[in-house]
Ligand binder design. Structure first.
Ligand code: CA
Length: 253
């Protein structure tokens, strides 16, 4: 059981598993903090965009639960700033209505996951559990000095799951946590066709029925980072009427 703390209390401790909640609506902030409290050592709540931005960029968090509409810098600005500094920081974005969700997806901010208000506490907890499980899996993997025994080589892309590193034609590629999971899943199953619902199930986990547009958005972002010409993808290929598949074969440069 953790402790809910508000931003004006004192210094943040680095070793604990901490979740940052940035939410200006007091009732929602308290509800979210109350339920996430069981899943981590400490929940820190910021009530506006200024505190949110400062705290979000101050350290690594197990998760940042980020409201879109905030006084001061809004959720999109905070998300973009955090992403520039720490591409792997898990971020769950809260939006007020589905039209805002479209805006979030359209702007390609790089949030790992989204919930539209009003959301059920069960769904919130399930999403956060799924994100934290991923972090536990990463922590249990060998450290940076271990030999690279489990690299995935797919054409000119090399994926190191233990370091969460992707190299493309000799250059490092910065991917968000979700983009990395998606690419790793594809690269482990080259040539296999996945429906969007399959990808939601395997990469996002529980409770994402109806979020197929999230898959499209993440695939577009991933393509922008790994395809020579994202408008003519050769690596993550659309299989019309079905879904996507990964190809490690491509034309010569
Ligand atoms: Ca708000």
């Amino acid at each position: 059981m953790g402790v809910v703390r508000h931003v004006d209390d004192n210094v943040v401790h680095m070793s604990k598993r901490q979740i940052l909640v940035v939410e200006d609506e007091q009732d929602i902030a308290e509800l979210v903090a109350l339920h996430l409290d069981d899943l981590c050592d400490e929940v820190v709540v910021a009530h506006d965009g200024h505190d949110g931005l400062r705290l979000a960029t101050s350290q690594d968090w197990a998760l940042i639960c980020l409201d879109l509409r905030l006084p001061g810098p809004d959720g999109l600005e905070i998300c973009r700033t955090v992403r520039r500094e720490r591409p792997y920081q898990p971020i769950l974005m809260l939006t007020s209505k589905s039209s805002e969700l479209d805006r979030v997806l359209g702007l390609e901010t790089g949030a790992d996951d989204y919930l539209t208000k009003p959301f059920s506490v069960l769904e919130l907890v399930a999403r956060v559990r799924a994100i934290l499980r991923r972090i536990d899996t990463l922590r249990s993997l060998p450290g940076g000095d271990e030999p690279k025994t489990n690299e995935i080589v797919a054409g000119e892309i090399t994926i190191d799951p233990s370091r969460r590193e992707v190299m493309l034609e000799g250059h490092s590629v910065d991917l968000t946590a979700r983009e990395f999971d998606l690419l790793e899943h594809f690269a482990r199953n080259p040539g296999r066709v996945f429906r969007r619902a399959d990808l939601l199930d395997k990469v996002w986990g529980y409770g994402h029925e109806g979020y197929e547009h999230t898959v499209n958005s993440h695939i577009n972002r991933l393509r922008a980072k790994i395809e020579r010409d994202p408008s003519k993808p050769e690596r993550i290929v659309t299989v019309w009427g079905v879904g996507y598949k990964f190809s490690s074969e491509h034309r010569a440069a």
